[in-house]
Design a protein around this ligand. Structure first.
Ligand SMILES: [Zn+2]
Length: 242
C-alpha cells in the first residue's frame, strides 16, 4: 500500500505519511534503531501537527554495497561530487568486507551448519578487520581471487602478506569468468582519488571524474558481486544456495 511512496537509502528511509502527506525521513540508526531491512514497522509521523502512527512496508533488501552506489544518484543531482566518490569507495570497502564474511563464515556454515563456529568466525573477522580500508581490503580481495584463503585463522596469520598488492602478472591465475573484472579493479584509482579528497588538501573532484567512477563502479562491482554470489548478510540465502 505504501510501497510506492517509500524511498530507501543506506542511511535513511523516506516515507510519505498516509494521513498528512508529509515526507518523513527516518534515520535507520537514530530513529528506527535498526540497520536491518524493514519489512513492516509502525512509525509515528514526524510532522508534530499530525503525529499519527502508520505502518511502513517494502524496505529494500539490497546489500549495503549496492545501496551505497544507488545513493550516489541523489548526491550527484545535488552536485555533491566529493560525497559521490566517498560513497563509491565505501561501497567497495563494504563489498570486500561482505565477500570475506561470505567466503570465510557463511559458506563454511552452509556446509557444516555449526552456529557457534559461524559466530566465532564473524567475531574474529570483525575484530581484526575493522580498521582495514580500501587499499588493504582490495589487496586481500585480489590475492584471494588469485589463491583462495581457507579460513579466518589463515587470513589472520597471512594478513601481513595478503594486504600487499599482488604483481599484475599474478592475475593470470584468476578464474576466467571474473578475470577482466578483477583486472579493472586492480587498475582503478578511485582509492587514490578518495584519499586526495579526504586526507590531503580537500581536493574537489570534477563532474567528469565522478561520471567515470560511477560508471566504472557499476560496471565492475555489480557483476563481480553477482558472479561471486555476494548477496549481503542474510545467512539463510547462502544456506539455500549451496
Ligand atoms: Zn502525518
Amino acid at each position: 500500500m505504501l510501497e510506492n511512496s517509500i524511498s530507501a537509502t543506506y542511511e535513511n528511509l523516506s516515507v510519505v505519511c498516509e494521513y498528512c502527506g508529509c515526507k518523513n525521513i527516518f534515520n535507520r540508526a537514530t530513529d528506527l534503531l535498526t540497520l536491518e531491512p524493514i519489512s513492516g514497522l509502525d512509525v509515528k509521523c514526524l510532522n508534530t501537527a499530525c503525529g499519527k502512527t502508520f505502518r511502513i512496508f517494502g524496505d529494500t533488501i539490497n546489500p549495503a554495497f549496492e545501496m551505497l552506489v544507488f545513493d550516489c544518484d541523489e548526491l550527484y543531482k545535488l552536485k555533491h561530487y566529493a560525497s559521490c566518490i566517498a560513497n563509491l569507495t565505501q561501497a567497495w570497502e563494504t563489498f570486500f568486507a561482505n565477500y570475506l564474511r561470505v567466503e570465510l563464515a557463511y559458506k563454511p556454515y552452509a556446509h557444516d551448519e555449526d552456529l557457534d563456529k559461524l559466530n566465532a568466525n564473524l567475531m574474529n573477522l570483525y575484530n581484526f578487520s575493522k580498521r582495514w580500508t580500501f587499499g588493504s581490503l582490495r589487496s586481500i580481495f585480489l590475492n584471494m581471487c588469485i589463491k583462495p584463503v581457507e579460513s579466518v585463522d589463515v587470513l589472520s596469520e597471512k594478513y601481513g602478506q595478503l594486504r600487499l598488492a599482488p604483481e599484475r602478472a599474478a592475475l593470470a591465475d584468476v578464474k576466467a569468468d571474473i578475470h577482466d573484472l578483477v583486472e579493472k579493479l586492480y587498475d582503478t584509482e578511485i582509492g587514490e582519488l578518495r584519499n586526495k579528497i579526504v586526507h590531503k588538501n580537500a581536493y574537489l573532484p570534477h563532474k567528469d571524474e565522478v561520471d567515470k567512477y560511477i560508471t566504472e563502479t557499476r560496471e565492475t562491482l555489480f557483476p563481480l558481486a553477482h558472479k561471486l554470489g555476494v548477496k549481503g548478510d542474510d545467512v539463510n540465502w547462502y544456506l539455500r544456495s549451496i
